[in-house]
Design a protein around this ligand. Structure first.
Ligand SMILES: C[S@@+](CC[C@H](N)C(=O)[O-])C[C@H]1O[C@@H](n2cnc3c(N)ncnc32)[C@H](O)[C@@H]1O
Length: 507
């Protein structure tokens, strides 16, 4: 790491009144631990820092590799890509809570959440709770009703404009992104800080964009690397405890850029934080009673971990009395266990409803794990370049990664098409804005299997049509492309839905 800190920067202690959020307990501890009146703001000449403020409307996500940006601009154009990159430094418009309807219903969950929100002083106004049905133009039907009953969309507020004025703390990139989505700071996310920080001190939080800070480093002066300011908070620990094994919340955020509710670890068996496009993906599988035959379905989730979509599939079919069986596969053993654990916490491990396997979905047929055409519904939410996630400051993906993702997805698509029974539905989705993994892969599927795989319309369609010029004009409106810069300002995401109109066995 280069000049991490600089002594020539003067930090003056002023007599400004301290932030009142810290409480008397903390004040006592502060006096005990530190003679220097640590909650008085410090004057930091931020003009000397390589600093972006997360609330700056001109803040833009940086691509570390120009050829990746060039590739995307070839499809989107420069202006559109700039709009996407500016949107991506912000969290989505909504925090989306999926209700675990096998444990409670939407009104019940909201009633349980209200006292929690009050306890953390999060203002939950009824007009900030948006029903999904408000976002769709279609007439209310069973699917829209079901999505509405299973989601709580909370409008996020911001940006607010707190200023960095306290002792500096530097956190990891993932931690900073979570902070912008409403999380407090868990000690393992803290990378470095001023030397004298004790429990109760106010701190200003910056992100370690260079990602090479040695954990525990001391800022002597000011943080000199390229960084983003993500808000102010109160330290709940002494500095050294950040790096001990104690864990827990190290910094409670008191002044945020975005007012998103912190929900990690809250009512974990009753709610699941899931992006809206992910929820809509599962609803394309036609699993509701009015959308399907009245017989037992074999359902395959080919790339399941951590299990967000598997558990939604399970909640949709659990009580239908038809005896559906879900097989959830993930290549990574540890991740497959995460799926099992999530199913267990949510009560979906009973009666053989979900079987989780660690394995390679490309090889299911070759290895004779399943027979051809043995699944009525398949979800392929495969590995992708992830270029749609937000908030995000830097993107380090290489051009070769984009190629590799698209190639792997095509092999998985080949397998999915063979495993799908005639009359069955395949849903293919990604969380990337890379057209090669989205529209181009839909084109690949139709070019190779178009004689028996048909692209079909989606329900609860709130996304944009496909990018022009890749799919035929009449098919583009059938896919849902979620563009961070347009429409509902979700994460970047892509959903396509296919029906198998005839057997592929003789082809
Ligand atoms: C985008 S994530 C899936 C997210 C998941 N559907 C959810 O909603 O929680 C992609 C997953 O695919 C898994 N994966 C990658 N290659 C695979 C393969 N060949 N077979 C099965 N799983 C694979 C990865 O381990 C990763 O967990």
């Amino acid at each position: 790491m280069t000049s991490r800190s600089r002594m020539e920067q003067t930090i003056t202690t002023t007599t400004t009144t301290s932030n009142s959020n810290t409480g008397s307990d903390n004040n006592n501890k502060r006096k005990k631990h530190d003679d220097n009146n640590n909650n008085t703001p410090v004057t930091i000449d931020t003009s000397k820092m390589n600093l972006v403020h997360a609330s700056d409307p001109n803040a833009i996500m940086a691509y570390k590799h120009q050829n990746v940006l060039d590739h995307l601009e070839k499809y989107y154009g420069k202006d559109h890509m700039n709009a996407i990159r500016k949107a991506q430094v912000r969290p989505p418009t909504f925090t989306t809570i999926r209700v675990n309807t096998s444990k409670c219903d939407r009104p019940h969950l909201l009633n349980q959440l209200r006292p929690y929100f009050e306890s953390i002083q999060f203002k939950l106004q009824d007009n900030n709770i948006i029903p999904f049905s408000n976002l769709v133009k279609e007439d209310t039907n069973e699917t829209i009703q079901s999505i509405t009953n299973q989601t709580i969309l909370l409008k996020n507020h911001g940006p607010f404009n707190p200023q960095p004025k306290y002792k500096q703390v530097v956190v990891g990139v993932l931690c900073a992104e979570a902070v912008l989505r409403g999380s407090d700071i868990f000690a393992p996310g803290i990378i470095g800080s001023f030397k004298h920080i004790v429990e109760g001190d106010m701190v200003s939080v910056f992100v370690d964009l260079s990602q090479d800070g040695k954990r525990g480093f001391i800022i002597d002066g000011y943080y000199a690397e390229r960084t983003v300011f993500v808000g102010n908070g109160v330290s709940l620990m002494n500095r050294l405890d950040y790096y001990s094994t104690r864990g827990g919340v190290g910094i409670k955020m008191t002044e945020r850029i975005w007012d998103c509710p912190p929900l990690n670890g809250v009512l974990t068996d009753k709610l699941f934080l899931q992006h809206l496009p992910s929820i809509l993906t599962v609803f394309q599988m036609d699993l509701l009673p009015s959308q399907r035959e009245k017989r037992s379905f074999n359902i395959l989730d080919m790339c399941a971990a951590p299990g967000g979509k598997t558990t939604l599939i399970a909640s949709l079919v659990k009580n239908n009395g038809l005896g559906d069986k879900i097989t959830a596969i993930d290549k990574n053993k540890k991740k497959a266990k995460m799926v099992s654990d999530l199913c267990r916490v949510n009560g979906f491990d009973e009666n053989g409803l979900v079987t989780v396997r660690a394995g390679d979905s490309k090889k299911l047929l070759i290895e004779g794990v399943f027979k051809e055409e043995s699944f009525d519904r398949i979800l392929l939410d495969g590995p992708c370049s992830g270029l749609g996630t937000r908030p995000r400051f830097d993107e380090a993906t290489l051009l070769i990664d984009l190629d590799n993702s698209a190639c792997l997805q095509r092999v998985l698509i080949d397998a999915a098409v063979k495993l799908l029974a005639p009359g069955g539905i395949l849903v293919y989705s990604t969380c990337t804005i890379n057209p090669c993994e989205n529209e181009e892969n839909v084109k690949y599927l139709l070019d190779n299997y178009g004689s028996f795989m048909q692209l079909v319309p989606q329900t609860g369609h709130i996304g944009d049509p496909g990018l022009p010029g890749i799919l035929p004009e009449n098919l583009s409106p059938l896919v849902q492309r979620f563009d961070p810069s347009t429409n509902h300002e979700t994460i970047g995401f892509f959903i396509s839905k296919f029906k198998k109109t005839a057997s592929s066995q003789s082809k």
